[in-house]
Design a protein around this ligand. Sequence first.
Ligand SMILES: [Zn+2]
Length: 544
Amino acid sequence: MDSAESSRRPANLVRISVPEDAGPVLQNVAALLAMQIARRCDAKVALAGDAPLKVHLAVEPGTGADGFRIADGPRGTVRISGGDERGVLYGAGRFLRTSSYRSGFTPGTWRGKSAPHCPVRAIYLATHFSNFYEAAPAEEVERYVAELALWGYNTILIHFPTWQFDDIADAGAQGWLDRFTALFARAKQLGLSVGLLQAPNQGYKTTPAELRGAKVPGSRRGNFGVNLCASKPEARRALLRTYEELLDEFTDVGLDYFALWPYDEGGCACERCWPWGARGFLSISRELVGLARARFDGCKTILSTWCFENEDDANPDGEWAGLARAVAEDRSWVDYVMADGHGDYFPKYLLEEGVPGGLPLLNFPEISMFGMTPWGGYGTNPAPAHFQALWNRIKHTAAGGAPYSEGIYEDLNKAVWAQFYWEPERQAEDAVKEYLAYESAPECAEDLLQVVRILESNHRRDHIGPSAAEAFGVVESVDGRLTPQARESWRWRVLYLRALIDRKLFRNEGRLEGEPLKEAFAELTRIYYAENAGPMPLKPPEAK
Ligand SMILES: [Zn+2]
């Protein structure tokens, strides 16, 4: 029996080791790997001593930034080496997902090298309205972020919601900052990058009326009533003060990215700011970038174009052309242009004219809210076919992106996008299968892929078809075959409950009635910590 063979039988004891001179990031990756194995099976995991199966983590040149290699070493050892510390993290993720967890721990057989194609693999966590990220215990959110990183994400973006607070000294604001600077610190301990995403003219609840901006016309979104006019000198001073104070709160942890957002929230349509995307937005963003760069060495700018004029506008405002002119003159303050749209929309300007200034393009796929309200209210919302179509339009040019997340119910969608960014030609369904094998059981992945296809076809709540019964039948049968750990995990429960709810709604002809639905919605509410969520539709429905 050779060493490769001996490392592919179920082990009841696994030793994870790092080199003696390993830094804190590598040690944290080892601890994360140990925790993931221990949570998923009955095998014991040790960080010292001998064991029949050993996993050694190390940084070794040769696989590039964020890249990794998994190989067999001597005497029952699997070696996971990264081109850098983060590469070891991604190698650990691949190793975990290709392993199995029945009757102990059976290490995966995938061997080889892999490195990501897209450099920016961010996830945007919306941190507002008492959604999961705001309401769940901090250690659960930290663990969740670490688990996302295992899929290939390298950057966490969040938004400080000025409009929820009176000012920076507001107890709510300070509590928010304590929670999320700690989350950023934990992310950095795994080698991740972090950044803020802000609408540069957005102020606090207490913004005096005379500083506020003019409401943006047309269908652009985002006005909680505290968007300031970036052209009024006093308003501008207030914005600079707001962002100096906010950025100072991140001095200890450090920011790697600063993303500026034009609308939804944001914008001012006064004659000195308009067109916002070509004038006021660029002027105030550039000034705020100066504040960020003065504080954080190497901090990169992401300039978003969300809700810029689109080709259906009867009176185009010249935002794209204006942005192109501005960055042609000086692009020194911008590192990436971010673009995407609601629903299936993607700005035609970019597809036809290219990215202004020849800057690298990031996307912003909406994985949380599309076509289903309340968000996550019926369990998971997988949509691999939808995302495959969106990605195919830009996969040849994108340098990465940041999916928009309102919670954990769309975890499967996050895995799909992480894998697109890693390997743009990878098919969404391949990533789905890898996810299902890891989170349920390898032998059930093919059947559950069919369930995911059905759930996507029944996505619209007024279009649930008879296939809902077939999907629940499969899920019920798989449920009986899972390990206790997999069966009780929230990832399985949000899939199971979605299938159960859809079957019930099909039978009920859409009526939210009966005990099973009541119980299912209550369980989802507990999983999301959504008891106090609102006013956005973040709390599952109530059945009669
Ligand atoms: Zn203005």
